[in-house]
Structures are given as C-alpha cells and as structure tokens.
Design a protein around this ligand. Structure first.
Ligand code: ATP
Ligand code: MG
Length: 312
C-alpha cells in the first residue's frame, strides 16, 4: 500500500491521563515519522478537541498513541468504532482487558499460560496467611496502573499493609504476586509476529519508575543472550499470551524467567512508548525495521472490530 493510499490520518496524542506528557513525546515522533514516509498525517489531541471532529474533518484512519486512561483502556477505541474510523492497535475488549492485570492473569490461567501466583488483597486481608500461601518476597501492585507506579517489593509480612496502602492510592484492586527471581525480558509484537526479545537489567530491586525513566544504569540487552531455540519458545508463548487477550496490531508483553528458565508472564501493554529509545522501536530496529517503517507498518494494520454493525 502506498503511504498516500492510507488517506488522511489522525495521530491521537496527549489526552487526559497522567501519562499525557509521555504520549505527546511519542506522538510527535510518530507524526514526524509518518510525514517523512509521505503519509498525510495530522496531530489530534482529544483533550483539546471533541473526538467527533475526526468524522467532520473526514479522517480516514487513526494512529492511537495515547497512554493510560481514556487512551489505552478501550474507551477511545469504542469512540472510533462508533465513528467508523479504523484505528491502530488493539480493539475495545482487548484494550480494557490488558489494562486490568488481575483479569489478564485470570484469563491466562484458564488458558494454561504461566503467570506468577497471586491474590487480591484488601486492608482486612490476613497478611501472614498471604505470605504463607505465596511465599516471600512478593510484588504488591495496583491492578490498573503502568510505569511501576504504586508498586513495592515486599520482603516480610510486616511490610504488606504499607505496600497495600500505597497501591490502594491508585486502584481499589490490589494484587499481591509471587516474586520471580531471575531474568526480565520484554517481547514486542508487530502484527502476528514477535520481535526479538530485549533483556532488561537494573541494579535496583526491580525495574521501577526510576529504572524506567530516570536512571542511567538500566541496561537493555539485545540480542537477549538466550539460545535461539529458547528465545523462540518465549517469543511464541508471548504471542500466544497477547492473542489470548484478543490483542492485535502491535504491543509489548512483559515476562520474567525464573532461575530454571521457565517463563512467567506479567502483563501486556497495548500502547507502549514510541519514542526513538522506547523498547518496541529498539526491538524493531534489531529486526531490520527503522522507526519510520515501524510506524508505517502499525498504521497499515489499522482496522475496525470485525462483525460489528456500525451506526450511520
Ligand atoms: N511477580 C514479579 N516478579 C518479579 N518482578 C516483578 C513482578 N511483577 C513486577 N515485577 C517488576 O516490576 C516491573 C513492573 O511490573 P509490571 O510490568 O507488572 O507493571 P507496570 O507498571 O504496568 O509496567 P509498564 O510500565 O510496563 O506498564 C516489572 O518490569 C518487573 O521488573
Ligand atoms: Mg510492565
């Protein structure tokens, strides 16, 4: 498909979530890349203009690069469905599901996809009993958040109430999850193909907010160092974990390997970062795809949910 055949394209960026600044950064890079490729692309910030303007201004497609609430959670995807404008990435259900780590894990368990053992905890939970069941250390995290916000690695039952209280600031549902001690990997997905795995290393307790955005001692290792067969198995399982949630187009699956090399899937990001030093572009580059080509490919994969009767 020639870039001009993609029609008038809105790059949806900014938005109303706490991750607005990150989205503006990714969005401006995507916009520049698409323009460079000859796409008729325009910035569109749903915080500044009503989404119905997309139809009035006759946009043919939307490249969604919003993060967090009202961007990554199925709501904007629902609006685009109603407007009949094909959009990049996952649809309504998959976006909403992937945003919810607890329900993601329930579905994976039902499908035999390994994910660390976990429980929902409240203020009234018997914390001692939780540590007996799940062991120590534990990760405590809000069910719906990103960027490691509100997360604590807990080493004794005594620390659990405080960790719960921190996570509860971000979401009513709080997960206590068995800690997987081993190697951290992330699998970018493009279309129906997994990209090369990236290994993440940090001297910190885990890949926390500072390690993600501030520290300069976080290491991104690609190729990840696994033997090719082992890498392929994790990639295929990551793709299966992604598709089990109904995700499509592109995204990123986070996974931990324990000391024996067994993978445990943590979560799926349906709208990962897209600056030139973000993880999906890094993996794509390793697979021979430039940032511009990656953006174009994601855009070409834009679609509407199948089999939905549309309004108008
Ligand atoms: N069960 C676990 N065992 C070991 N480490 C974990 C576990 N859960 C989370 N972590 C660590 O915490 C980090 C963030 O966890 P997770 O990916 O679940 O949350 P997130 O904040 O939604 O991430 P993102 O920024 O990718 O959206 C992981 O990258 C990993 O380093
Ligand atoms: Mg993650």
């Amino acid at each position: 498909m020639s870039p001009r055949d993609l029609g008038k394209v809105a790059v949806l960026m900014g938005g109303r979530s706490a991750e607005r600044p990150v989205s503006l950064k990714s969005g401006s890079m995507v916009l520049a890349a698409l323009k460079k490729k000859g796409v008729n692309a325009h910035a569109f910030d749903p915080k500044e203009r009503g989404i119905d303007a997309l139809a009035r201004e006759r946009f043919d497609r939307a490249f969604v690069i919003l993060h967090g609430r009202y961007g990554e959670d199925g709501t904007i995807q629902g609006a685009l469905e109603l407007l009949g404008i094909p959009y990049t990435g996952s649809g309504v259900l998959a976006s909403a599901l992937a945003m919810d780590k607890w329900r993601t894990k329930l579905l994976w368990q039902a499908c035999g996809i390994p994910t660390p053992r976990s429980e929902l905890i409240t203020r009234d939970t018997d914390m001692q009993a939780v540590t007996t069941r799940l062991g120590l250390p534990l990760m405590v995290k809000p069910a719906n958040e990103g960027s490691s916000i509100g997360m604590t690695k807990v080493k004794s039952a005594r620390e659990l109430p405080e960790a719960h209280a921190l996570a509860a600031n971000y979401d009513r549902a709080v997960i206590a999850e068995a800690f997987v001690d081993g190697v951290e990997l992330t699998a970018g997905i493009l279309g129906n193909q997994p990209l090369p795995l990236i290994k993440l290393e940090t001297p910190r307790e885990f890949y926390d907010y500072q390690a993600k955005y501030e520290a300069n001692d976080t290491r991104y290792i690609i190729p990840c160092g696994l033997p090719p067969d082992a890498e392929r198995i994790v990639q295929d399982e990551a793709l299966f974990a992604f598709e089990t949630l109904g995700c499509r187009g592109w995204g990123r699956v986070d996974v931990m390997l324990d000391r024996s090399g067994k993978p445990y899937f943590l979560e799926v990001n349906t709208l990962p970062g897209m600056t030139d030093h973000s993880l999906v572009p890094m993996a794509a580059r390793h697979a021979g795809l430039s940032f511009e080509d990656l953006c174009l490919r994601i855009l070409e994969l834009a679609q509407l949910e199948e089999g939905v009767d549309r309004v108008g």
